[in-house]
Design a protein around this ligand. Structure first.
Ligand code: PEP
Ligand code: MG
Length: 576
């Protein structure tokens, strides 16, 4: 039949196997009165269920294999902690005693109270822990009903097992040990869910947020999980199957080859050292940064802490997120970009209306300067975090020196407020600007005199230089990173930075496109920052490049006006 479902691809790779539906039976929650002389027996029944649940969780914890990701242990400990908390293990006893209700009803009432408290929480990580409380309570309900809480996997079979579930808890994922499960898909789950975090550390193909996969897919059905594209194909025909088998093999071969490069120092064949850093959106991207051997975070798009939520993140919440990334990187540089919202990234809590040309509106630094409280809150969080690592602050969407000066003034005010409060921070934290508007690229010399570093945002620089909307399919063919105007601006920017001795990097998509690595090297770039998934690919290209050898073709490219010829030259460059 070949039905295709789309969700969030969490871990890359392709798996082909038989579906195993993992279901959690729903328990009906009865409500009845308990006679006064039975109250103590009912309390004992509740205590027994809690004890049984604790034993189960501890057993699961004890059976975590040595090679399992560390998160699995911590998430299970969290469930044990939730269970042991008096609000769950003691409060329902009190309700049974005072209301003479059955244990299930007492537990349900207490769960409702706890969930209402969770709904009040603003901080997204804590709010997500609501699911953990529900999962633990679900186990107690099952223990009260005398049902098994842990679903079972089918006995070892010749074909790969792909788990299909509405939702998975960390306890369910203990069963995925020792390769028992090849891939999994779920109906629910967001980017910060425990399921997503565990998926990343287990490193098996997975697609979340498929909405109704659990209802559509049948037990034993052949399915393909494509974690790269976030796609699940149910009951594929021979042709599709053959194509995915081919892609699977190619992916695995390439992954093996590239993995061997993780520890290699990125140096060109003629001995020039190149820096390869990673772009991240949230602290939970960090395992990927490390797994791919990045030597710094070149762009932390902080706006992702602000998106997809009803309210603003507090200074404290931001501080924890920044500190976590800085601590994980030790002495290596971490470049955190201040809020870059607006245009396609307008959060729910913002009341700024969208105009006909949102990309030319109140975005990036413009919005921050228009909302000084918002900006100051972020700057305080950043400066506080600077005490814990090697922080670089990066200002987005700058188009005039005046904006840089105003941003600097806000940083000074934030520093002063921290000093007044006796809060430690790094007084020499580095400050840089994004070069992503033509104005900033043309006037780059002025900026270079006033900053510690610059980072070129090619995504926007191409969009604004060529007047081509980066997200409009209709003009996608005109969005050309090798357009002469783009190459001219890039080469001028790299040369100016080199002359003045200010570090320059590229953090737009061009930096992660291995077909453009030699071109950027030839134009003078020595520092790249990209999605961690591209890092080893780019490193491979760096290792195979001789800067002297590529120069004649680069010179021709800089003089080339014809797009067709430019494509030829790029091919020649990559064929060297
Ligand atoms: C860029 O514009 O190249 C960039 C890195 O920023 P963003 O993609 O977040 O706009
Ligand atoms: Mg940009």
């Amino acid at each position: 039949m070949g039905i295709t479902l789309h969700g969030i691809g969490v871990v890359g790779g392709i798996a082909i196997g038989r579906a195993h539906l993992m279901s959690h039976t729903e328990v009906d929650i009865a409500h009845y009165e308990v006679p006064a002389n039975q109250v103590q027996t009912e309390i004992a029944r509740f205590d027994n269920a809690v004890r049984k649940t604790r034993k189960e969780l501890e057993m699961l914890w004890g059976s975590i294999p040595e090679n399992a990701p560390a998160e699995l242990g911590s998430f299970l400990s969290l469930h044990i902690m939730i269970l042991n908390d008096a609000t769950l293990s003691r409060e329902p006893r009190h309700l049974i005693e005072t209301q003479h209700c059955n244990a299930e009803w007492a537990l349900k009432q207490q769960l409702d109270v706890l969930l209402a408290q969770f709904d009040e929480i603003e901080e997204s990580y804590l709010r997500e822990r609501r699911a953990d409380v529900v999962q633990v309570v679900d186990r107690i309900f099952k223990a009260l009903a005398g049902q098994a809480a842990t679903p079972h996997l089918p006995a070892a079979q010749s074909e790969n097992t792909i788990v299909v579930a509405h939702e998975l808890s960390p306890a369910d994922m203990v069963l995925f040990k020792d390769g028992a499960v090849t891939a999994f898909v779920t109906d629910v789950g967001g980017a910060t869910s425990h399921t997503a975090i565990l998926a990343r550390s287990l490193d098996i193909p997975s697609v979340l947020a498929l909405h109704n996969a659990h209802q559509i897919i049948e037990e034993g059905e052949l399915i393909i999980v494509d974690g790269i594209q976030g796609v699940v194909v149910i009951d594929p025909d021979e042709k599709i199957l053959a194509e995915y088998k081919r892609r699977q093999q190619a992916f695995q071969q390439e992954k093996r080859r590239l993995k061997a490069l993780k520890g290699a120092v990125p140096t060109t064949r003629d001995g020039v050292a190149i820096e390869l850093q990673a772009n991240i959106e949230l602290p939970l991207d960090m395992p990927q940064v490390k797994a791919n051997g990045a030597t710094g975070v070149g762009l932390f798009r902080s706006e992702f802490l602000f998106l997809g939520r009803e309210t603003l993140p507090s200074e404290q919440e931001q501080f924890f997120a920044y500190k976590e990334v800085l601590e994980q990187m030790g002495n290596l540089p971490v470049t955190i970009r201040t809020l870059d919202i607006g245009a396609d990234k307008m959060p729910k809590w913002s009341d700024h209306s969208t105009f006909a040309n949102p990309a030319l509106g109140l975005t990036g630094i413009r919005l921050c300067l228009a909302e000084p409280n918002l900006f100051r809150c972020q700057l305080r969080a950043l400066l506080r975090a600077s005490h814990y690592g090697n922080l670089h602050i990066l200002i987005p969407m700058i188009s005039s020196i005046h904006e840089l000066q105003q941003a600097r003034m806000h940083i000074e005010l934030a520093k002063q407020s921290l000093t007044d409060e006796g809060i430690p921070f790094n007084r020499n934290v580095k400050l840089g600007v994004m070069i992503e508007t033509p104005a900033a690229a043309i006037m780059v010399n002025n900026f270079l005199k006033q900053v510690d570093f610059i980072s070129v945002g090619t995504n926007d620089l191409i969009q604004f230089t060529l007047a081509v909307d980066r997200s409009d399919d209709m003009v996608a063919h005109l969005y050309d990173p090798t357009h002469p105007a783009v190459l001219y601006l890039l080469s001028q920017t790299f040369r100016a930075a080199d002359r003045i001795g200010v570090p320059v990097s590229v953090c737009g998509e061009m930096a992660g496109d291995a077909r453009l690595t030699r071109l950027l090297l030839g134009l003078g770039l020595r520092k790249f920052s990209m999605h961690p998934a591209h890092l080893l690919n780019v490193k491979q290209k760096v290792l195979k490049t001789d800067l002297v050898e590529i120069q004649p073709i680069i010179n021709k490219m800089l003089k080339c006006e014809d797009p067709e010829k430019m494509r030829d030259l790029l091919e020649q460059l990559n064929a060297l």
